[in-house]
Design a protein around this ligand. Structure first.
Ligand code: SF4
Length: 403
């Protein structure tokens, strides 16, 4: 493709993913992080009934096409789609309609689908699959380094500075095809050099929920930082989880429909992903406690008493990941979602039973719609207080915790 493929800036993964595309000879750039202007534009060109991530990504696309010097003949927008019980599958179609109406009918919207585990992304094939996957996993690990170091830093701002430098190094390394295991080893050393004080043990909070909202700092009003400011350490569900899930889904559906070639392909992809993920995770043994991600089957197994596998989509992942985090020591869960998110509402509904089964685990269902809400801050404060108490009770053995 001779056009520049613009990637929505859901998280810092957008930078490494576009670097992976560039390394495969496809011009690509991450769109800038969303801001108030994105919201204003997105709202102007949507009806008010769409999901919040759609509004934000629409605004980002429109901001780009309105930039002076934008050349429609040289641009394309990346918007993956998914099947399942929600509206994500419609985003790219709606973006197409909006671009057409505004006279940008010649600007493609590149939409790989979860139905074939995002087999063809921008036509880049297997080379991109390997590079893009490593880039995503490495960025997940980088974020874990940030979240598991920043709450304990002695010199305020140092972790973020090291993180930003590491992200630039990683982007360059992905683009130039350097061995990412070597790069991540160097990054580990940089993080080891940050002065930390871990004498005060902080409650660990797991953040799960809708992938865009939990990952996008602007859309969730910086929920990770806010929890850290209230004295917590945060574990944020990784992006790689969704890719593992779509691969698993592809395998299960291929088996059910006896598509033998696809079955082989799915097994191969799973093996490939695990191999590259394992190599990168190994680099952080003994340093990053929450580095290793369990197999996706374990996550699905954990959620199965609450939501049937056939329901599909993000709800089962949120529930399974929440249980995984609690088993690893989290003292509270925040389920981040856009206002009126369908999977998010399902998770909210089952969270009551989940809390009961987990000895009254503090659980906050936090929905966002782009407006600053002072009550969210108060709810976060109360939630962190409960998480501390839960931790105390857990340590004193006053309830039986799942293992
Ligand atoms: S997960 Fe929620 S917010 Fe995302 S597309 Fe589906 S319904 Fe909308």
């Amino acid at each position: 493709m001779s056009r520049v493929v613009y990637i929505p800036n859901m998280s810092d993964h957008a930078y490494t993913l576009s670097a992976a595309l560039r390394s495969c000879g496809i011009a690509s750039e991450a769109l800038p992080e969303p801001d108030e202007e994105s919201l204003e534009l997105g709202r102007k060109y949507s009806s008010g009934r769409e999901c919040f991530p759609f509004v934000v990504t629409t605004g980002d696309i429109l901001k780009k096409v309105r930039e002076p010097g934008f050349k429609p003949g040289e641009a394309a927008f990346f918007m993956p789609m998914a099947s399942g019980p929600c509206r994500f599958g419609q985003y790219s179609r709606m973006h197409r309609i909006i671009l057409d109406r505004l006279g940008y009918g010649d600007v493609p919207v590149v939409s790989p689908t979860s139905q074939n585990a995002y087999e063809e992304i921008g036509g880049a094939g297997m080379a991109f699959r390997i590079k893009g996957w490593q880039a995503l996993v490495a960025t997940d690990i980088l974020q874990k380094l940030l979240h598991q170091t920043r709450p304990y830093e002695v010199n305020p701002g140092e972790t973020e500075q090291v993180y930003n430098q590491a992200l630039s190094i990683l982007v360059k390394a992905v683009e130039t095809g350097r061995n990412l295991v070597d790069v991540m080893r160097e990054i580990r050393e940089d993080f080891e050099g940050i002065k930390v004080d871990r004498r005060v043990i902080k409650p660990i909070i797991g953040v799960v929920g809708e992938i865009f909202m939990r990952s996008n700092r602007f859309s969730n009003n910086q929920v990770v930082k806010k929890l850290e400011e209230l004295g917590a350490e945060v574990w944020l569900a990784p992006i790689s989880e969704w890719i593992h899930y779509t691969c698993n889904r592809f395998k299960v559906e291929s088996i059910a429909q006896r598509r033998y070639r696809d079955i082989l392909k799915a097994f191969f992809l799973e093996k490939l992903q695990r191999y590259y993920e394992g190599r990168l995770e190994k680099t952080f043994h003994g340093f990053l406690p929450n580095c290793h991600e369990p197999p996706i089957e374990d996550i699905l197994e954990r959620s199965s008493p609450y939501i049937h596998f056939s329901f599909g989509g993000e709800a089962i992942l949120s529930v399974g990941k929440a249980i995984d985090y609690v088993e690893k020591g989290a003292c509270g869960i925040v389920n981040v979602m856009p206002f009126t998110c369908m999977p998010g509402m399902v998770v909210t509904a089952v969270s009551k039973r989940l809390r009961e089964d987990l000895n009254g685990l503090p659980w906050l269902n936090a929905s966002y719609d782009g407006h600053e809400d002072t009550s969210t801050q108060i709810r976060l404060e109360a939630f962190i207080y409960q998480a501390r108490q839960y931790r105390q009770a857990s340590l004193s053995g006053s309830f039986h915790k799942r293992t």
